[in-house]
Ligand binder design. Structure first.
Ligand code: EPZ
Length: 429
């Protein structure tokens, strides 16, 4: 299994091109199931999860075309054309869904277009139990009958879905996306209450509108959808990956460097950028780019994750890595997922001083970290170890980097371009 070796202590300076967002691309790809015509997605990131989703859609009958096909990080292979003239199978099998939870997002489009779907339950993952009861609740509010059988959600909607009132007891990005896609083809009006406001949800909504859907209230917690009998093809550019951008912002901050993040804007990360500035980091918009620099001391700040526009849970681990070398203490509280501190014992191996108390972690800044062999556990935890390795004295060896490939395109190349001493160590399995 591949590993990543980092020799830390280098100040990073340079420019990084931000890719299209994984967490926008995945639901957008499932939206292709809603029409017989071609959905063209541009700014597609080169990630393992995108390939997994393409394989899933193909077995539903989607013709998947990636222009240029090259995965060299260049401009080629960034345009995806998805055409589903007919849906050949309404089953999303366990073997595909268990590899990538976002596969469950095909539930809404399949029920909406075919009146039936058989989708494997995704099961839990390292960061939490992650049930899908709210996705089911949304389908039922639109008149579907959903049974659970042998690890599958069996959904039927004789005569198609009907508009309804979906009230979410808690904010869910995925369930909001399922409801949005299903409601786009339901008869009549659907109201989604306590909807997620994440930029990726807005991006999906904008694409659905380009496909002919009628949606109001994107970006607010109350969305209204007037269902259509059919949707048509469209072309949509995937929004920038704010989590990738936030991750590289911390690379600049933790090494006392200066990095320009091209293709990203401050308004995608309001709460995160406020916290970076509070910690002593300068963050400025420069045209279609964000410049992140840190020259002065780094100070500890308290962070609590929340749904957008609050502090993103997907930047919690990376921010904790930054706080391990800040002056003073910081309290990091995780409110979205119940098991998202897997990076803590690994950071401690590098000399960090962190104590967990339930859903909070008290981080006391240390003078410096020491490189060590560490183990990746989930996508964001693993990149927090790479960031700590950039700041640490000596060599850090991150194992199980397949976690990283799911969500970061050409991570080593992008960091090396800014002066990082980082390389992938390929090892036969
Ligand atoms: C999306 O996951 C992202 N994944 C996650 O990013 C991100 O952490 C999360 O939103 C929160 O921002 C993708 O977009 C592919 P949720 P999702 O439904 O949709 C509970 C990464 O690192 N819940 O908003 O699965 C759930 O257990 C990944 O890129 C229910 O109880 O997240 C969690 O506690 C990790 N029932 C909370 O809601 C449900 O039916 C928020 O989950 C659905 C969710």
């Amino acid at each position: 299994m591949d590993k990543i070796r980092i020799r830390g202590g280098k100040t990073l300076n340079g420019t990084i091109e931000i890719s299209g967002a994984k967490n926008a691309a995945l639901p957008l790809m499932t939206a292709a199931l809603l029409t017989e015509e071609t959905l063209t997605l541009t700014n597609v990131p080169h990630l393992a999860d995108i390939t997994a989703m393409a394989n899933l859609l193909a077995q539903h009958g989607t013709d998947v075309a990636l222009d240029g096909g090259a995965a060299d990080g260049g401009s080629a292979g960034r345009v995806l054309r998805l055409t589903t003239p007919t849906i050949s199978s309404t089953t999303a099998p366990y073997d595909l869904v268990r590899k990538m939870r976002a596969s469950a997002l095909v539930l809404g489009p399949l029920v909406a277009r075919c009146g039936e779907a058989r989708v494997s339950l995704p099961g839990g993952c390292g960061i939490g139990a992650r049930p899908v009861d709210l996705h089911i609740k949304a389908m039922e509010a639109m008149g579907a009958k959903v049974d659970l059988d042998a690890g599958y959600m069996i959904a039927t909607a004789k005569g198609g879905l009907k508009g309804g009132r979906v009230v979410f007891p808690k904010v869910s990005v995925g369930a909001t996306e399922s409801a949005l896609m299903a409601a786009s083809l339901a008869k009549g009006e659907t109201e989604i209450v306590n909807a997620a406001r994440e930029p990726e949800v807005i991006d999906l909504g904008r694409c659905l509108i380009a496909m002919g859907a009628q949606i109001e209230g994107l970006g607010t917690d109350r969305i209204l959808v007037q269902g259509k009998t059919s949707l048509h093809g469209a072309e949509h550019r995937i929004v920038a990956d704010r989590i990738e951008a936030g991750t590289y912002a911390i690379a600049a901050a933790i090494t006392g460097g200066d990095i320009l993040l091209k293709g990203c804007s401050l308004d995608l990360l309001p709460a995160f950028i406020d916290k970076l500035r509070e910690a002593g980091v300068s963050v400025e918009q420069e045209g279609e780019a964000i410049r992140v620099t840190r020259k002065g001391p780094l100070v500890g700040v308290d962070v609590m994750t929340e749904p957008y526009p609050g502090f993103p849970t997907d930047l919690q681990a990376q921010t904790m890595a930054l706080m391990t070398v800040a002056e003073g203490a910081s309290m990091v509280t995780e409110t979205i997922f119940e098991n998202r501190f897997m990076h803590v014992p690994e950071l401690a191996r590098m000399g960090a001083n962190i104590n967990i108390h339930g859903s909070s972690a008290m981080v006391r800044g240390v003078k410096g970290l020491r490189g060590a062999p560490v183990m990746a556990t989930d996508l964001r935890a693993s990149v927090s170890l790479v960031l700590a390795g950039l700041a640490a004295q000596g060599e850090t060896l991150v194992q199980r980097v397949y976690h990283l490939d799911r969500g970061y395109e050409r991570l080593e190349a992008k960091l090396a371009a800014c002066g990082a001493d980082i390389e992938r160590v390929r090892e036969a399995d």
